[in-house]
Write a new protein. Structure first.
Length: 70
């Protein structure tokens, strides 16, 4: 699950980089435009993966806190 989330976050980051630098939305270009259902599914999955990736930060902090208490 972590690997899948990381892959989706990377896809989202690359897509936003392309939008910011070149005004080119790769997801929309591949899947038929921003309003196409498949594009919206991809955007939603990337967003959910981003939310899930927040746990990577929290997990790291909890691990450090647990180690410092030992």
């Amino acid at each position: 699950m972590d690997t899948l989330a990381l892959i989706l976050v990377i896809i989202g980051a690359l897509n936003w980089g392309l939008i910011g630098l070149f005004r080119f939305d790769l997801v929309a270009a591949i899947f038929g435009g921003q309003t196409a259902i498949l594009s919206r599914v991809i955007y939603a999955l990337v967003g959910l993966a981003g939310l899930y990736a927040i746990t990577f930060l929290m997990g790291d902090r909890l691990t450090k806190r647990t180690r410092s208490n030992e």
